[in-house]
Design a protein around this ligand. Structure first.
Ligand SMILES: C[C@H](O)[C@H](O)[C@@H](O)C(=O)CO
Ligand SMILES: [Mn+2]
Length: 421
């Protein structure tokens, strides 16, 4: 059966449930995802300041890692051709592009070091988001914004302020707001004697960062918590309670990463609570497997639940980003699978008869609610997704991988050969 016929049948099925498929497709086309640049090179960056650190790890050794701006840009362009819709690019400060001999340390970064990225964003109609990089650097070996060493703490404060100014340049040049997300790896391997002092120093550091004069209508600052990391198993300075309170008191965005909570704790359950108290919320959609392992996002239960909560709340108040890094598979495929999975989950949520389900819950008709929720799992989502891809000019489910494999032979394999010469 032709895809258009399958689509017509699917649309008719959804109409019986009271769902308007065309409206769902229009909404989906307008939801940007901030795609993390760091999947392309295993979070290494270009500034050569140090290997990835801070309790995060990209495991695997798949050939073809991007080694420089030109390669990473080419890989991102390839992935974008296989991802439907118009999106954003999420950069880390460690991806600054320096002219030969012009390298500066992270506290001295300026917008000019990101001009090639801004130009790239303009060419591709992308928004830009940003992250100070407080890991993979000699001054991040112990602690950063919570450091006992005043010189180190000030270095990272300057770095964060520099990043806010860079994001302001993104916003100005792209005429679009930019999110700056602060995540730090500070914590302790073993049982602390003093939990308060590092948190007090982190609070003072954030306060100092925010004394910077910047345009809050253009740059949105977010803070990202974590329950633990490798090597900091016993105590994380930037805990959820710390940042949730800090964000609320300072009108910042709280960023929820799906890998940063206890294994049975889900961020899908947090979205509705957060939005009752904040105008906006930021998300890192990841896939933790037993720990914050940053596996590629799949169309799995929690991703679907997150998407349901985004759609049931207000998608315009939520800044959605991906965050994972898998070095064991083709990195372009990793981007494509992860971002398309988030989009499929959003489509599924948009094709859900939300009002009917909510009414069943309100009337406490839980048997019917459960039966309908199960019925919906069999709904013909795939036929609608294929047409979405077609209309957006990207390959469908059974077609995109061929293009990645072709790119692997033409481009990625050559990188390995060049590296060996
Ligand atoms: C590289 C990112 O900034 C990092 O993944 C951070 O967002 C995080 O989630 C750390 O676990
Ligand atoms: Mn994250």
């Amino acid at each position: 059966m032709a895809s258009s016929e399958r689509f017509q049948l699917a649309a008719a099925d959804y109409a019986l449930l009271g769902v308007d498929v065309e409206a769902a497709l229009n909404t989906l086309a307008g939801i940007p995802i901030s795609i993390h640049c760091w999947q392309g090179d295993d979070v290494i960056g270009f500034d050569g300041a140090g290997a990835v650190s801070g309790g995060i790890q990209a495991t695997g050794n798949y050939p073809g890692r991007a080694r420089n701006f030109t390669q990473l840009k080419q890989d991102i362009e390839t992935a974008l051709r296989l991802i439907p819709g118009q999106h954003r690019l999420n950069l880390h400060a460690s991806y600054a592009v320096f002219e030969p001999g012009q390298k500066v340390d992270r506290d001295q970064l300026k917008p000019e070091h990101f001009q090639p990225w801004i130009d790239f964003a303009k060419e591709n109609g992308l928004g830009l988001d940003f992250n100070p990089t407080l890991f993979g650097h000699p001054l991040a070996e112990a602690a950063t914004l919570s450091s006992e060493d005043e010189a180190i703490r000030q270095f990272w404060i300057r770095h964060c302020q520099a990043c806010i100014k860079i994001a302001e340049a993104f916003a100005d040049q792209l005429e679009d707001t930019s999110l700056v997300n602060i995540w730090i790896p500070d914590g302790l391997k073993d049982i602390p004697a003093d939990r308060t002092s590092p948190r007090a120093r982190l609070k003072a550091s954030l306060d100092q960062i925010l004394t910077l004069d910047y345009d809050r209508s253009k740059v949105k600052v977010a803070v990202e918590s974590k329950v633990f990391g490798i090597g900091i198993e016993s105590y994380t300075v930037g805990s959820h309670e710390f940042y949730m309170n800090y964000a609320a008191r300072n009108q910042l965005l709280c960023l929820l990463d799906s890998g940063h909570y206890h294994p049975t704790e889900t961020i899908s359950d947090k979205i509705s609570s957060m939005l009752l108290f904040s105008d906006e919320l930021a998300l890192h959609i990841s896939r933790p497997v037993r720990w914050d392992s940053d596996h590629v996002v799949l169309y799995d239960d929690e991703t679907r639940q997150i998407a349901q909560e985004i759609i049931r709340s207000d998608v315009r108040r939520i800044r959605i980003a991906t965050d994972y890094f898998d070095a064991s598979i083709n990195r372009i495929a990793a981007w494509v699978i992860g971002v398309r999975s988030v989009q499929k989950a959003l489509l599924n949520a948009l094709l859900t008869p939300q009002a009917t389900l909510a009414e069943l819950q309100r009337q406490r008709r839980f048997t019917e609610l459960m039966a309908l929720q199960e019925q919906l799992k069999m709904a013909p989502l795939g036929a609608v997704w294929d047409v979405f891809c077609q209309r957006q000019g990207v390959p469908g489910e059974s077609e995109w991988l061929k293009e990645v494999q072709d790119y692997e032979c033409r481009v990625l394999a050559k990188r390995e050969e060049e590296e060996q010469v």
